[in-house]
Design a protein around this ligand. Sequence first.
Ligand SMILES: [Zn+2]
Length: 245
Amino acid sequence: MLNLNCRGIRVSPTCPLCSCRDETTLHALWGCRRLKEVTSTLPIDRAKIGGEGMLFFDFILGCLGCLDLAEICLLCVVFWKNWYDENQKVKDLNTVTAVNDVVGWSRIYISDFQDSKHPQAIESNQQRVGTVIWKPLKLGMYKINTDATINQMCKKVGFGIVIQNTTGFVMACSSQCICATFSPQVAEVEAILRGLQFARDSELLPATIESDVVVVVKWINEKSNIRADVGLILDDILSLINSMA
Ligand SMILES: [Zn+2]
C-alpha cells in the first residue's frame, strides 16, 4: 500500500490487516503482527536477521549474510506463500492455507521441488512423456485445436477453437462462453464436440483434431462406452465423426 501511495495512487498506506504501521513490502511479508504465528514457527532466529524498519532489499542482504541456503529457501517460499495468500484474500477466494500450516506447506513445497529435480525423477518424467514425433498433415486436411477453461466463481465455461490448413494458416477460429458448471473433463470433451461442429459448419473437412487431454483422446479413439456425464457428449462426438466419414 505504501508503494502504491508513493506512486500517486490514492490508497491509505496503512496496513489494512493490523492498522498498526505503513504497509511496506517487508511489513506485508514479514513484520505484520498477523504473520507472527508464521514467522515465530520458522527455525530462524529473528534477532539475527533484523527488524522491520529496514528496506526489503537490505533485509534480504542481511539474511544472505547470516542464514544457510536451506533457511534462505524456506524464508523465500514462506514470503511467496504469504504474498499468495494475501492476494487470495483480496480476491475473496477460499484457498488460503491456515496460518499455522504455512511453514509446513512451504517445507513440503521445497521437498517436492527438489525431488522433481532429482535425476531419477527427471528420467521417469521423460519416460512418462515419451518421444513425440511431429508429423505434417496430409495435403487437403485441416487440423482442429480445441481447449476449454472454467471460471468456477462466475459459473462460466469458455471454449477456444482454431482450425488450420496444412501450411499452418488459420482458416477459422471461434471463442465461445456459456453459463455452466462443468467438470474439467466434461469441458474438454465439450470443446472437442464444438470444434468438430465448427469444422463441419465451416466446411473445413476432412480434419484431424488435437487435444492436450490424453484420456479424452483415448476415449474417442477406443470408442469408449462411458455412462457418466462425459459419455453423453462422447456419443455425440462419435456419431458426428461417423456422419462425416
Ligand atoms: Zn500489518
